[in-house]
Design a protein around this ligand. Structure first.
Ligand code: ADP
Ligand code: MG
Length: 238
């Protein structure tokens, strides 16, 4: 309706796709648990950033998303918070093995930032996060994976290595995030991304975030996402 359209316009949010949920104004509108709400407040996050206002309700409704917004706009929490809800929603959480949420990022630095953010928001719910990227010994990572984790944050190359070594199973993975997709393509990770996606069940929820949307990324998104909603914040180049 007009009010929603005006609100989006005031935030410079553009959306495409069918049945787009309306943007929220507050974290309180997201239906988060008291535990998660207090973790958010503890971070000093008072209200959602622009991309979060629109991405949170979309992701929480279970839809696939293409989120395009510049660096520093708060994309990490936009995919980490719904991931925690998704994990807590799983029946018989303890019975199976392997991550439920898988996050791929182009560099170890970025993966590490996401790892820290994911830990902050998930530790109070007893969710375990494993790091699968360079800079840490493979043996330590193997041990961490063996101990079990609900979230894996990875760079594509190292994740492929771990999958080859059968250090983890993807049978339980139903929430896949490709963060900084444009940079993963720039770094030549397209084959690794395709291999990882091919090892995750097709009934997953898939989220792709990027600062820019070159044709190659667009083409991959069309192949691996199902009826995605596209959200663009501000002016974004190709
Ligand atoms: P992006 O991935 O879009 O580059 P980040 O997720 O790294 O952005 O977030 C940028 C900074 O904004 C981080 O320091 C993060 O902690 C902070 N941040 C994210 N969401 C909020 C929020 N709702 N309120 C306040 N700060 C936030
Ligand atoms: Mg980011």
């Amino acid at each position: 309706d007009q009010e929603v359209a005006d609100y989006r316009k005031s935030l410079a949010i553009r959306v495409s796709g069918f049945d787009v949920p309306k943007p929220v104004k507050l974290f309180e509108d997201c239906g988060f648990s008291p535990v998660l709400m207090s973790a958010i407040k503890k971070q000093g996050y008072e209200k959602p950033t622009t991309i979060q206002c629109q991405a949170l309700p979309i992701i929480l409704s279970g839809r696939d998303i293409i989120g395009i917004a510049k660096t520093g706009s708060g994309k990490t929490a936009a995919f980490v918070l719904p991931m925690i809800v998704h994990i807590m929603d799983q029946p018989e959480l303890e019975k199976e093995d392997g991550p439920i949420g898988v996050i791929c990022a182009p560099t170890r630095e970025l993966a590490h930032q996401i790892y820290l953010e994911a830990k902050k928001f998930s530790k109070h719910d007893g969710i375990r996060v494993a790091a699968v990227y360079g800079g840490m010994s493979k043996l330590d990572q193997l041990k961490e994976l063996k101990a079990g984790s609900e979230i894996v944050v990875a760079t594509p190359g190292r994740l492929i290595d771990m999958l080859k070594m059968k250090a983890l199973t993807m049978t339980r993975a139903t929430y896949l995030v490709l963060d900084e997709a444009d940079r993963m393509f720039d770094l030549g990770f397209e084959p690794q991304i395709r291999s990882i996606v091919g090892q995750i069940r097709p009934d997953r929820q898939t989220l792709l975030f990027s600062a820019t949307m070159p044709y190659k990324v667009e083409r991959l998104a069309r192949e691996i996402l199902g009826d995605p909603i596209r959200v663009t914040v501000g002016e974004v180049g190709m």
